[in-house]
Design a protein around this ligand. Structure first.
Ligand code: CTP
Length: 414
């Protein structure tokens, strides 16, 4: 069965349903049931005003979980809710004009508004209010601010309202809210048919059995790319240097230590791949002769290690390519774009992701990054500071648009 058509397409998804104080609060009960029918685990958060319209007990019975209403109440359910990263989407339905104002301004005076400030997941807001309120300039401005920040604010529907007015203010239909949640959570399968080889992490070049030369790469960017490609339908092989990250489910993960092991593992999978994304920070030098036993200091005041260069894996694979799309990364601390352009040309790449590893808030080890993508055909795309997982999706979209969709590469798309 096509999962996107099945009734369980939110299977295993962790959702927060925020309910605010509108007469339409009772419709959130139907929404909760619809999410649960599709397999989602839903935690409900109500504002105090919402509890005047519907009792928390109604939602508790249907969700099988305690309903959180109070920022200062401490129970396990609530503690989970306010931890960023726990929810995969927050849906506020119905959302009052008061809620929109608080969200737009970043006020955090109750549990729901506090959670929004912590949110790192998609936020979908379904407003319901009187028609004159929806068209009031203050509300219009708040909606604009929220949309500008990436919040999905659905337009309310036209119809009879509690005030007796017929105007635009009715809670959007359940099917529209569900569509918005699906669009946010079920990735497009636009990488289906691609076999993507990704490298990630640092390499470790031994000095002796207990010491090595390495770098600050955490592997987070490469892992995020592997996960994003998997979610978009690709078959993914991830070759990773030592990283403190769990192997992504659904991805064939090969662990290596040295540049030479990474080279062997990538060579093995390269010819059967359609795209190589080389996010690893490969050591450029290794010891000519690593010691077989632990080096002793024995009164020495200095130690000179003789290094030799490692193979440039990307350049070597580029020379062997049949029809693979080649994407490299350029980790730079100065003259980022000009160094990246040189690498793009010298290594025979289609695309390079230029990464200023000295920037504040991004680079090695960080959860966020900002990059510039440069293509062999001269396109340039700057992507501002954002979580590496979101950036991974943007990089994949750029690879699709600039390389996979280009006529000269059409034969690659199976
Ligand atoms: N790379 C590689 N093999 C190496 C070194 C780098 O395949 N031995 C790849 C990296 O994975 C990256 C790209 O080449 O995709 C650029 O790596 P980077 O470290 O930025 O540049 P280098 O080529 O090593 O050049 P330099 O250290 O002088 O900046």
């Amino acid at each position: 069965m096509d999962e996107t058509q099945s009734p369980i397409n939110l299977w295993g998804k962790r959702l927060v349903l925020g309910v605010t104080g509108s007469i339409a609060a009772y419709k959130a009960v139907g929404l909760l049931r619809a999410f649960a029918r599709e397999g989602a685990a839903v935690s409900v958060v109500m504002t105090q005003a919402a509890t005047k319209f519907v009792t928390p007990l109604t939602f508790e019975v249907l969700s099988g979980k305690r309903v959180a209403t109070d920022l200062f109440e401490s129970h396990e359910e609530m503690a989970h809710l306010i931890v960023p990263g726990q929810a995969q989407a927050i849906i506020v339905a119905p959302a009052t004009a008061n809620f929109l104002a608080k969200a737009a301004l970043g006020l955090a005076d109750d549990l729901l508004s506090t959670m929004l400030l912590n949110a790192q997941c998609p936020v979908i807001v379904a407003p319901a209010m009187d028609g004159d309120m929806w068209t009031h300039p203050t509300v219009v401005q708040h909606v604009q601010v929220l949309r500008g920040r990436g919040v999905v604010v659905l337009d309310p529907e036209v119809g009879p309202l509690a005030s007796g007015q017929v105007a635009q203010g009715r809670l959007p239909a359940e099917s529209r809210i569900l569509d918005a949640v699906h669009a946010a959570l079920i990735p497009q399968q636009d990488w289906q048919g691609q076999r993507v080889l990704v490298s990630a992490g640092p390499t470790q070049e031994p000095i002796d059995p207990v010491r090595f030369i390495s770098n600050r790469s955490s592997g987070k960017m490469g892992y995020a790319i592997a996960e994003a490609a998997r979610d978009r339908g690709a078959e993914v092989v991830l070759v990773t240097g030592p990283a403190a990250l769990a192997p992504p489910p659904g991805v064939t993960t090969v662990s290596v230590n040295t540049a030479s092991e990474m080279s062997d593992a990538l060579s093995l999978h390269f010819l059967s791949s359609t795209v190589l994304i080389m996010a690893a920070a490969v050591a450029d030098f290794r010891l000519k002769m690593p010691a077989e036993q632990k080096l002793k200091k024995q009164g020495k005041s200095e130690l000179i290690l003789e290094l030799e260069s490692t193979p440039d894996i990307l350049a070597m694979l580029s020379a062997r390519r049949t029809s693979q799309i080649m994407v490299g990364f350029a980790a730079e601390t100065e003259q980022v774009l000009s160094h990246a352009k040189d690498k793009l040309r010298e290594k025979g790449l289609d695309l390079i992701v230029a990464n200023d590893v000295a920037q504040a808030g991004g680079g090695f080890g960080s959860d966020d990054n900002a990059v510039v993508i440069l293509s062999a055909t001269g396109e340039q795309k700057a992507l501002g500071l954002m979580p590496k997982r979101r950036l991974a999706d943007k990089i994949l979209t750029a690879v699709r648009e600039l390389c996979l969709s280009a006529p000269r590469r059409e034969s690659l798309v199976e």
